[in-house]
Write a new protein. Structure first.
Length: 284
């Protein structure tokens, strides 16, 4: 894949020298950092999954521009290669700043901006869609999860039938510090310290489902971080939000167990299975 990516980069940029390989270890996509003949640095990303390519391309074409200078911009794309050429945004990995309330607040501000880029119809068949997703995942989860675990998720989703149809918004769906870049010093960045990357899971969803990586992760033991984020977002969680978040979080746990098993990442699978067990034990 890398030889094809560098060839495509040179086709788009005129010349391109590889600076570093930035690919994730799970191998779902190849990412090269390259420098063009003018010294400008770009990322060239090649997807292995057409659906994730389509999602990311759609995000850049419809929604990412709403984040202004706080996200990469799309320079070029190729549907046959499933490749994107993206600008670089500055910053260090957000995982080093996960407990910084100000970073959480800024991340909340940016997520609200993303969610407001397009108004979409209410999700009147939310429960049916989520149950269909669970049915598809259950086939692949055979041998990975117990029937009682899947039965719990199904019951939680069915309980959402009493929740009013929530609106959908453009959601990142992997919104966590690993997909934030944080500048050490914001004096020369009027937009703020936080930038957002990796839009390959982006799709219309219920707004609260963009919180599950945080809610079941760093917020679990640090409610002050949740408060800071939601203050930036400009909204608090009501009972209906929590019901959707818990039920869909349980479904996310099933998805991640299946996905991580396929990618050879048992630690990630186990962490989310533990989140599922917390919900089964009544954690709220």
């Amino acid at each position: 894949m890398h030889a094809e990516l560098i060839g495509y980069a040179r086709q788009v940029l005129g010349s391109a020298q590889v600076v570093a390989d930035r690919s994730w270890r799970h191998g779902a996509a190849g990412v090269l950092e390259v420098r063009d003949g003018n010294g400008t640095v770009w990322f060239v990303k090649g997807h292995g999954d057409p659906e994730r390519y389509r999602r990311e391309l759609t995000a850049y074409q419809r929604w990412v521009s709403g984040l202004g200078g706080c996200a990469p911009r799309l320079r070029a794309y190729d549907d046959e290669r499933l490749a994107l050429v993206l600008s670089v945004v500055p910053g260090e990995p957000g995982t080093a700043y996960v407990t910084d309330p100000e970073v959480q607040r800024e991340a909340g501000v940016l997520l609200r901006r993303l969610h407001e880029t397009e108004a979409l119809p209410p999700w009147t068949d939310l429960v049916d869609c989520k149950l269909d997703e669970l049915d598809r995942l259950s086939v692949r989860a055979h041998g990975l999860l117990e029937p009682r675990e899947l039965d719990f998720v199904r019951a939680e989703l069915r309980n959402l039938s009493g929740v009013p149809a929530p609106p959908r918004v453009p959601c990142h769906l992997d919104y966590s510090p690993r997909n934030w870049l944080v500048a050490r010093d914001a004096r020369h960045r009027p937009e703020g310290r936080v930038q957002v990357i990796d839009f390959e899971w982006t799709a219309p969803e219920v707004w609260v489902n963009d919180l599950n990586r945080l809610y079941f992760g760093p917020w679990r033991d640090r409610p002050d971080l949740a408060d800071a984020f939601l203050a930036g977002y400009g909204r608090t969680l009501d009972d209906a939000d929590r019901a959707v978040l818990h039920a869909c979080g349980a479904l996310t746990a099933v998805f991640i167990v299946v996905w991580a098993h396929g990618r050879g990442d048992p630690g990630f699978a186990q962490a989310w299975r533990q989140n599922l067990h917390r919900l089964m034990d009544g954690w709220r």
